[in-house]
Design a protein around this ligand. Structure first.
Ligand code: NAD
Length: 269
C-alpha cells in the first residue's frame, strides 16, 4: 500500500510516518504540509526521527495524491476538506483523523467522501472506540435517572474544544437516550446557570501541559455514580490505529467508514 501523510510534520503525522516506515505492507510515497511551512523540502524520515527515507515534505497536493493509494490526513479541518476533494476526484482513498470540523464542514466532507473510499474518526485508538460502545450500553441501561457529564483533558497546544472524541461520546449518549445533542449539550458553565436539567449532557474541556488525551464519562444519580475513563499515554495508539485504518480501507468498496468498522465493533449492532 502506497501511503501519503498530510500534516506530516505535526505531532500525529510524525508518529504515523514512523509506524508506516516499520510496516512491511506500507510504502511512504508522500508527505504534505501547508504552503510556507518550515519543514517543506526536508526529509520526512528525519522529521519523524527514523533517519532519511528519501521522501521530502511538499505542499504539492496533486502530486502527492497522484502517487498514493491512500492519503492519511491529520491536519486542519480546512486542509482535510481540500485534500478529501483532491483524493476523491483522483479516486484515491482517504483516512481523516482531523477534528474540530464545524457541522457544515462535517456535512461537506462526508458528502465528498461518499464518492471514494473514505474513513473519518475523531479517535483511532482501540480503547476509545470500545469506550464509544460501552457508553452506549451504559446510557441505555441507566436511562434518564442518571445525569451525564463528560470531562476531557488535553495538552496546552490543542486547538479545538471540546475534543472530537468528547463530541462523539456526547453524540453516542444523546442517541442512546433519544435526545437531540444540539438542544441538550452544555459546553462549560459559569454564573447563575440554575439547577441542572435532567436532560442536559455536560461537556467540559481542560487544557494543560503535555496531556495526550483523557476522557471521563460520568453517569451520576442520588447515591452512586458510574465513571468510564480512557487515558492515552502516548499518541502511538492513535497513530497505529490510523495506519491500521489505511491498510484496511484500500481494499474496501467505495463508501464512508469509521473506526468501528475497522475494529469490528459494529458486528453486533
Ligand atoms: P499538529 O498541529 O501537531 O499537526 C497538524 C499539522 O498539520 C501541522 O504540522 C500543520 O502544519 C499541518 N497542516 C496545516 N495545514 C496544512 C495543509 N494545508 N496541508 C498539510 N498539512 C497542514 O496537530 P496534531 O496533534 O498532530 O493533531 C492534528 C489533528 O488530528 C487535530 O485535529 C487533532 O485533534 C487530531 N487528532 C486526531 C486523533 C485521532 O485519533 N483521530 C488523535 C490525535 C489528534
Amino acid at each position: 500500500m502506497k501511503i501519503a501523510v498530510s500534516g506530516a510534520a505535526g505531532r500525529m503525522g510524525r508518529r504515523i510516518i514512523a509506524f508506516a516506515h516499520e510496516h512491511p505492507a506500507a510504502e511512504i510515497v508522500g508527505a504534505l504540509e501547508n504552503e510556507g511551512n518550515p519543514s517543506l523540502g526536508k526529509d520526512v524520515g528525519e522529521l519523524a526521527g527514523i533517519g532519511t527515507i528519501g521522501v521530502s515534505v511538499t505542499d504539492d497536493v496533486d502530486k502527492v495524491v497522484a502517487a498514493c493509494d491512500v492519503l492519511v490526513d491529520f491536519s486542519t479541518p480546512e486542509a482535510s476538506l481540500a485534500h478529501a476533494k483532491a483524493a476523491a476526484s483522483a479516486g484515491k482513498a482517504i483516512v481523516v483523523g482531523t477534528t474540530g470540523f464545524s457541522p457544515t464542514q462535517k456535512d461537506e466532507i462526508l458528502d465528498v467522501g461518499r464518492s471514494t473510499r473514505f474513513l473519518m474518526a475523531p479517535n483511532m485508538s482501540m480503547g476509545v472506540n470500545l469506550l464509544f460502545d460501552l457508553v452506549d450500553r451504559v446510557a441505555r441501561a441507566l436511562g434518564d435517572e442518571y445525569d451525564v457529564e463528560i470531562v476531557e483533558s488535553h495538552h496546552r497546544l490543542k486547538k479545538d474544544a471540546p475534543s472530537g472524541t468528547a463530541v462523539k461520546l456526547a453524540e453516542v449518549i444523546a442517541q442512546a437516550l433519544g435526545r437531540d445533542l444540539s438542544s441538550v449539550g452544555v459546553y462549560g458553565r459559569k454564573g447563575m446557570v440554575g439547577e441542572r436539567t435532567p436532560q442536559e449532557i455536560g461537556v467540559m474541556a481542560l487544557r494543560g501541559g503535555d496531556i495526550v488525551g483523557e476522557h471521563t464519562v460520568m453517569f451520576a444519580t442520588n447515591g452512586e455514580r458510574v465513571e468510564l475513563i480512557h487515558r492515552a499515554h502516548s499518541r502511538d495508539a492513535f497513530a497505529k490505529g490510523a495506519l491500521q485504518a489505511a491498510l484496511w480501507l484500500v481494499s474496501r468498496p467505495v463508501g464512508v467508514y469509521d473506526m468501528q468498522d475497522v475494529l469490528g465493533l459494529k458486528a453486533d449492532k
